[in-house]
Design a protein around this ligand. Structure first.
Ligand code: ADP
Length: 483
């Protein structure tokens, strides 16, 4: 391992001396650098962490002492231990000069191998220990840094949790409020109809109840969808469809809301069919959600634009309005679950702060993306959805779906299976009003029995039945050739 290596520097003008020393000192984990002059040695000292320098005293040019003095004068090299190698007897004066220059020892040539090895051993072990210490120090520092990072992370996630918790509390309050809102007019309407079924307001009351109920259903559907999407329970039913057909169905869904607020809706959609490989119902839900928001967050009589244009292999669908707009700091957040720009300002807009979260997830599931732009409060908003177009070669003629079918002449036998008695009963009444014959059943076994006795034309089968569920009933019926 590179980090465990210890470096010794040998300096001698005679190559054979260098080789002999190297042979003496060689061991695992030791890198021996050899220099043949003081200048060469200085270069090596500056580029390596040297743990011991063995300097020949007598060298042409810069001698060992001069080199040692230079080393003392340089911060990087001043603490490198030096052993001088002298030829012949070093007199006191020379020794003194050497120690002054920072020598730790003198060895006389010819070198006694055991003595040199013994001394080198001491420096080698020392250097090793220092390396280990500095590694431990680094490790400790890393651990301390790690701890700090973990602490910061947990503080961040605690903040995020607190934030999510606060948004959830606010959401529950909004939810209760928004679910109760439509109930009051519906109950009032019922009361009015009971007191005066054919009174002058009856038609208007029924229209109002229908609107409120539709709103309630939409809220609950969004709520169910968002929880299904987050649990990965929504499967896209992808098919080849034109963007135009999707936009048309979205406009049909949102038109009543747009009309109620007297907005003017303009469409800028190319005639050339833009083919998607997408779940038409879901994309239509996305666009209709954006149109509904544009209608909700624009004062009456506003302008809404629904545009589409090709951009390379994608299509951009844009919904813009000239309404309340969105403040810059809220733009990145509006797609978060339970986020509303100002939930206290105008609660009658009737939202739960989940529409855009759902929109973004549905768009993501289609491999697309969505962005929001706004020039600020009261300057309108623009939402742009990017969706991949279907690959060219995969666009094949799509058979026109057959029309809903010819109008039915003879009354049909219809078996309605639902454990919710009110739901079954009212469905039965509607069937009767349409001129057909309903039979009601409230659980699986009863459904099987009635089906076999009646042999109905149609079975309307609830899935969530107690005991035997709708799928099991269906499977059992299908196993019978008569069904
Ligand atoms: P909500 O149910 O409240 O409408 P959404 O998730 O659909 O929830 O939207 C989140 C928030 O984004 C809204 O409460 C509203 O404040 C803001 N918003 C969405 N669309 C628009 C728009 N077209 N103009 C202004 N604000 C909008």
């Amino acid at each position: 391992m590179q980090n465990d290596e210890v470096y010794f520097l040998l300096v001698d003008d005679l190559p054979e001396n260098l080789l002999a020393l190297e042979a003496l000192l060689r061991r695992d984990g030791l890198v021996i650098l050899k220099a043949r002059s003081g200048t060469e040695a200085l270069e090596m000292l500056l580029t390596h962490e040297i743990s011991l320098a063995l300097l020949d005293v007598q060298m042409p040019g810069m001698d060992g002492f001069e080199l040692a003095e230079l080393m003392r004068g340089t911060e990087r090299t001043r603490r490198v231990p030096i052993i001088f190698l002298t030829a012949g007897n070093a007199d006191r004066q020379r020794r003194f000069r050497g120690y002054e220059a920072g020598a730790v020892d003198f060895l006389q040539k010819p070198i006694e191998a055991d003595i040199l090895r013994g001394k080198a051993d001491v420096f080698f072990s020392l250097a090793r220990q220092q390396l280990q210490l500095s590694r431990q120090r680094d490790a400790l520092k890393i651990t301390a840094d790690d701890n700090q990072r973990l602490l910061n992370e947990s503080l961040d996630s605690a903040d995020a949790l607190k934030d999510a918790d606060r948004r959830k509390d606010e959401f529950l309050a909004t939810l209760a409020h928004e679910l109760r809102n439509p109930l009051a007019p519906i109950r009032n309407g019922l009361q009015i109809l009971r007191m005066s079924p054919d009174g002058p307001q009856a038609e208007e009351v029924r229209g109002m109840m229908d609107r409120q109920l539709t709103h309630l259903v939409r809220l609950i559907d969004d709520l169910l969808d968002v929880s299904r999407v987050s649990q990965g329970k929504i499967d896209l039913r992808k098919e080849r469809i034109t963007l135009q057909s999707v936009l048309q169905s979205a406009v049909e869904t949102s038109q009543p809301l747009i009309d109620t607020a007297h907005h003017r809706l303009t469409l800028e959609v190319p005639d050339e069919p833009l083919w998607l490989e997408a779940d038409g119902t879901r994309i239509s839900q996305v666009v209709s959600n954006l149109l509904n928001n544009a209608a909700k967050y624009t004062p009456d009589g506003g302008k809404i634009l629904l545009g589409a244009r090709r951009d390379g292999n994608d299509v951009l669908v844009e919904v813009s309005d000239n309404g309340l707009g969105i403040p810059g700091d809220m733009l990145p957040k509006v797609f978060d679950l339970f986020t509303q720009v100002d939930r206290h300002l105008d609660r009658s807009k009737g939202g739960l702060g989940i529409g855009l979260a759902l929109v973004r997830r549905l768009v993501d599931m289609h491999g697309g993306s969505i962005t929001a732009e706004s020039a600020g409060l009261n300057n309108g908003s623009t939402f742009t959805v990017r969706l991949p177009l279907a690959a060219q070669e995969s666009i094949i003629a799509v058979a026109e779906t057959a029309d809903a079918g010819e109008t039915v002449q003879k009354p049909l036998q219809i078996l309605v299976v639902d454990d919710n008695i009110d739901s079954a009963k009212t469905t039965g009444w509607m069937i009767e009003m349409l001129g057909h014959v309903p039979t009601l059943a409230h659980d699986g076994p009863e459904a099987l029995q009635s089906a076999r006795a009646l042999n109905p034309d149609i079975i309307m089968l609830d899935i969530g039945l107690p005991g035997m569920n709708g799928y099991e009933v269906c499977r059992e019926l299908r196993a019978d050739p008569a069904f």
